[in-house]
Design a protein around this ligand. Structure first.
Ligand SMILES: [Fe+2]
Length: 287
């Protein structure tokens, strides 16, 4: 940069930041001024070329085009850049609540409601797994009526919404009972690659990064009067723990999925053959 262009760049940055001076919302003004400042700093730091700027625009356009109500490539991008996990960390409170992690790109609003004990695998391939959770407050009191959204991939590492058509498996909503319990049958989660057929995958390939996530089941717990918990349960022993492509793993969320041998006397067919079981206690903080 010449001295003249450096001073021109400085002036542009100052004017762009000042353009938000009349914003009625103080918070929006703070965010936009800071975003503009750091965006300009970034461009100056890397001496952004016209081709690189255009490649960035094209990349964001492609991210929008591949997104739908069933796939949010912007969330994947945020996950892959560590922004989602950073945002979770920034908003963490010092309380006893179960630790949160990323929402991920495959949450779907309005999932089908199931009764406790239901099998949500709906034919998905994988090892049968019985999931049993209890939800309590920081004092250990059971919380009933918590809406619990659950979603997970199949044994091939794909979510239902990644398939063509209206597939539905390993996804559902439950309500915790009077003892704060929710239980269901699903499958043993496996490590899987994040979607590689869009801009997120392109970014990983171009930068020689791994696309693997350690095995997990997603949970989102909500009830009025309590802080929402958006989290995963990870499978203990997974080789990708500690090198999650989206930086989402947390020690407190790593659980033992026990192998249970079948009980021939059990009334429920699934219990008669060998399967996996997991039990976990969730804590929600009162607002
Ligand atoms: Fe996931």
């Amino acid at each position: 940069m010449t001295d003249e262009s450096r001073s021109r760049a400085q002036e542009i940055t100052q004017r762009a930041i000042a353009s938000f001076d009349d914003c009625a919302s103080e918070r929006l003004m703070t965010i936009m001024k800071s975003l503009t400042y750091h965006l300009h700093q970034f461009a100056k730091e890397v001496s952004l070329t016209t081709e690189e700027w255009m490649a960035g625009i094209d990349f964001l356009m492609a991210t929008g085009k591949i997104s739908s109500d069933k796939r949010n490539e912007f969330i994947l991008l945020s996950d892959l850049l560590g922004l989602s996990s950073l945002q979770v960390a920034i908003n963490e409170r010092a309380d006893e609540a179960t630790e949160s992690t990323v929402l991920g790109p495959f949450f779907v609003e309005g999932a089908k409601v199931f009764q406790n004990g239901a099998d949500i695998s709906n034919g998905a391939q994988g090892e049968a797994t019985y999931v049993s959770i209890t939800i309590s407050d920081s004092a250990g009191e059971a919380i009933s009526g918590v809406a619990v959204d659950v979603w997970g991939a199949d044994a091939d590492g794909f979510y239902d919404v990644q398939y063509k058509g209206d597939k539905l498996f390993n996804r559902g909503r439950f309500l915790s009972d009077d003892e704060g319990k929710v239980s269901f049958w699903s499958i043993l989660p496996v490590a899987y690659p994040v979607p590689s057929d869009g801009p997120g995958g392109e970014l990983l390939r171009a930068t020689s990064r791994s696309n693997m996530r350690p095995a997990h089941i997603h949970f989102a717990l909500a009830k009025e009067g309590f802080r929402q918990v958006v989290t995963h349960l990870f499978v203990d022993g997974d080789p990708y723990l500690g090198r999650d492509a989206v930086f989402g793993e947390r020690d407190s969320l790593v659980c033992k999925f026990h192998r249970a041998s079948g009980d021939e006397t059990a009334t429920e067919a699934k219990l008669q053959t060998s399967h996996y079981e997991i039990q976990h206690n969730f804590t929600m903080a009162r607002i």
